[in-house]
Every structure is written in C-alpha cells, then in structure tokens.
Design a protein around this ligand. Sequence first.
Ligand code: ATP
Length: 465
Amino acid sequence: MSAPNIETIVSLSKRRGFVFPASEIYGGLGSSWDYGSLGVELANNIKNAWWRWLVHERDDIEGLDSSIIQNRLVWKYSGHETTFSDPLVDCRACKGRFRQDKLQDVKCPNEPSVCAGSGKECDLTEAREFNLMFRTTIGAVAAEDDESALAYLRPETAQGIFINFKNVLDTSRRKLPFGIAQIGKSFRNEVTPGNFIFRTREFEQMEMEYFCRPEDAPRLHQEMIDGFQEWFQSLGISGNNLKLYEQTKEELAHYAERTVDILYRYFPEREDEDKQWDELMGIANRTNFDLRTHSKKPEIDGKRINSDSTEDLSYFDEATKERFYPYVIEPAAGVNRLLLAILMDAYTEKTNDKGETRVILKLKPELAPIKVAVLPLAKNKPEIVSLAKQIKKDLQPAMRAVYDDTGGIGKLYARQDEIGTPFCITVDHESLEDNAVTVRDRDTWAQERVKVSELKEHLQKRLQK
Ligand code: ATP
C-alpha cells in the first residue's frame, strides 16, 4: 500500500511535524514550506544516504559545496540568462497565469469554472518566455536596477561544479572517469508551483557531474540510470511506483544528447494512468557543453568564444596524449521530491483488534527520523521513569532515540507508528526486577523481551535490515 494521494501526506505532515506551510501566521507564502522536527531529520537522512552511497561507497566521486550566488557571468555563459525560461500564457477570461507546457495539470483560479480541458472557454494570450532565475543585487550601495550589481540565486547546483572542475581536478589528482557531487538549495521563480513540496520556488538538489571520455558516455549514462532505479528501491520505494521516461528530441535541453527521467507515481488518484506520473529525477548526458562554454579558449570552428573566463577547462589524457573536453553524465534529483515520494510510498494503514484504523509509516530504518522511542509504562513511578531516561541516554550516541511519557501506552505506540519509528521500548514494573524491557516492532506490532545490557546491540542489528 502507499498513500492514496498527496493530500493524505499534507495532513500527516502538518499533524505530526514533518512539513508546515511557510509564513503561516501571515497568511502563508505561495508554495513555500518549512520543515519541522521530523521533516528536517528525514531530509538529513535522505541526503546522508545519497552522499554515503555516491561519494563514500564509490571510489571515484569527490564532494563540493559551492556558493549559491556566483558571478553573473556564470549564468551568461551557461546559457541560463537567455534560455532558462518557461513559456508563459495569461488567460483573459480568468486572469490566471500558466505555464503553456503544463496547461493540462493546472486549474483555473476561477473554480468551479475550470478552464483547463473542460467547460468554459479559455482565452489565452500568445506565449512569452519568462526567465526563472531570481534576481538580486550585491553591495550596500547598489540601486535596485543597477545592472552592474545584478546577481542571481542559482537555479541549479550543477554550474558550481563545472566552474570548479579544474580546482577539484588539480587538488584531487583524479583521472577520468570521475565525478563531483553536491547537495544544496536552488531557486526557480516557477510560474505554477504547487502540489505541496513537489514544485516550489526554493528547493534542494542532489546533483553529481560525472566526467568521462566522450565514447564512454552512453554506457556510463545507462549504468547511472540503472543504478538510480535500484537505489530508489533500496530506500524502500516500490518498483511499481517508479518508471523511466525517455525525453524526446523536442524536449531535450539544447546541451543534452540524451536525458532519461525517473518518474514516481505522485498522483495515484488520477484516472488516466499516464497522468499519475511526474519527474523525481533527471539523468542527462550533457555532452561537453558546460566545460567548453566556461573555457577561455575559442572553439575550433570559431564559435562560442568566451572572452571572460580565465581558465581552459579541457583535460589532458596522459595515456593517449590527447587534450579534450570531457563529456558529463548528470544525475540530478530533488531532495524534496524524493522526500515526498518516500513518505507516500511508506504510508500504510492497518486495523487494530478494536477495529480502529492506524497509520503506519513503513520507512526504511535508515531513513526514519527517530529510530527508537523509550516509553515508561507508569510515569508516576520515579524508578521506571529514571530507568527509561537512562536507557534513552545510553542509546542516543548510537541512534536517534527519544523519551516520551505524554500519553497512555496505546497512544504513544500509535504516534510512533505514524511517524515511522521502527522500535518502541517499554519500561515497566518488571523491568526493575529483571533488567529487561519490551521491544515492539512498528510493522508487525510483535513484542519481544530483551535484556537492557543487550539492547543496543539488539537494536543495531535490527536497524540494519
Ligand atoms: P520539471 O520538469 O519538473 O520542472 P526539471 O526537468 O526542470 O523539472 P531539473 O532541472 O532536471 O528539473 O532538476 C533536477 C531535479 O530537481 C528534478 O528532477 C526535481 O527533482 C528537482 N526540482 C526541479 N525543479 C524543482 C522545483 N521547482 N521544486 C522542487 N524540486 C525541483
């Protein structure tokens, strides 16, 4: 089972503290969200899992953390100033503003007179290009419209990697193929954000640029596509809710030779199966466009001369004595979209023996915000409380543990099930005699008695599954 729709996750998130609407006490700010105590833990666990799998467990990837605000020239030569835009249309009938290529997915603000695809006639203007980069100015003296002080918030983390290619190459002494990975915030002034955290104007990306010889790029691209499909499943996402989409020639970005998107079933409630899916990540073969465009050398054919860059970002292959611009394979995933997919996929409902429906978030232990909750069966009994608190303290260095005595045991179990905590530990009267506690499993609700002295090892073993 997975969540029947995104709304179910929106209300769970608000109820339990994963995600809140941003600026809520001032009426909110369209499509901005704040991550609460559980949301920030889950997001951190997702980023750590990505980093560990890609940077630590492989031997060919370096990490990087580049600035959000870069020299404006980065965005000039990357092509973002001229081409990073969406086609925008206005509707004269409803006064709505839409992305022309997403008209099918949006609703008219004049509901119930839904324009897109039904009922009332839309009266759309011609499309015009709307640049998605957020503009800002740098320096205390800069006037709002001072072109010389103009800067952008980055719309992708990738460019920070390309402009550091030589720095990383020289300091790491890498040889091709190798990659540079980065996690960080990106900003896009989206025309039609929405669907909770699926599309927002401020979001976080996990990107990696894998540099290789041009002839190796198609094979490495395919390996990356296969690898990420498996990785998502290793995080607990069902293969039935993932599929690949091969971008058509018309859809490909101008620099890309081939791009494959991994889609997730974000909209299972939609009748038309095709419309249930949307992009979780993109994996592109960006050719050698970026390294070439940021290089000071002119092209052989004389085109695209960069007169501002101070570096040539070509690579010299010692073995073949060739100098060339490496090709780049780019897997780019959104932290927020992955977090949403993980929450949706982990969502299950179970009926207890009283016939009540309980929500269980079957998160992989690795991702669960809290690994274990220590619960005293009687909070008015000081010996029980103090033993429970001591157990929490002893477990904490090894795993995220919490102590909770804010309700009856049934309520406490239900709360932990709903936020995906794999184990609850109950300290009861008997614990004071036998120095053992009850370990309850989130998914099966099975209970087991474990000696306090063996508890840490016991849990560590089970958390690895
Ligand atoms: P879309 O077609 O949905 O606008 P995109 O193809 O422009 O996405 P990319 O530029 O390939 O997206 O960015 C890589 C990843 O970053 C996406 O697959 C997605 O997970 C994430 N991402 C992009 N834009 C947003 C956004 N506005 N909000 C949340 N995540 C985003």
